[in-house]
Design a protein around this ligand. Sequence first.
Ligand code: URA
Length: 229
Amino acid sequence: MRLDKFVCKSTTLTRSDAIQYIQHGAVSVNGEIVKNERSQVHESNAVMLNGETLSPRPFRYILMHKPAGTICSNVDEAYPSLFNDTHIEHTEELHIAGRLDADTTGLVLLTDDGHWSFNITTPSKHCEKVYRVGLSRPIRDDAAEQFERGVLLQGENKPTLPAKLNIVSPKEVTLTITEGKFHQVKRMFAAIGNRVVSLHRERIGEVLLDVEEGKWRFLSEGEIASFRH
Ligand code: URA
């Protein structure tokens, strides 16, 4: 990881303070002063700040139940950040493995481990995301077949990867997809002449949403490992 990130992950310094310290020669790596904050360091390197050894906080893996009307961002924008009132520390270090729209509720996975989240978000890893979908019109009889074949979304030149549709009632379905294009579920239903009126993510991979709206928990070792393949 970059040296400035390593310093931030080991201290309470902000990124700009860490850069200042590095550029002023306060940081050494394996006994040598390093003044370039972009230098790459490994966790096994001996990194010191003003003579004190730094050890980065371990990676965090968090499951959260995102409420409607919040945004998947570390800071407030048009809507409040989903981190508000959660008391999660150092939220600036976390990123979201598959964002949800402001009006979508449900399961989000948060981490500071970019290698791990890549397994969730990259389509080639085929990680399933299951959504419960409310529709404005009754679902068409051939919808499951169409989604299995793939549909062409507006503005795209390749069809969606095969997706599984399960009909709960005429206007309520679950949809399982393995990619995460912008507004994908809403656009898939628009492509077959329907409209999503409610959207909730229930599952990612083997991890099921099991906390109340606005609440969070750390993932278990087994859940973390289930995404490493
Ligand atoms: N697809 C959407 O359209 N919106 C989401 O929030 C998630 C998936």
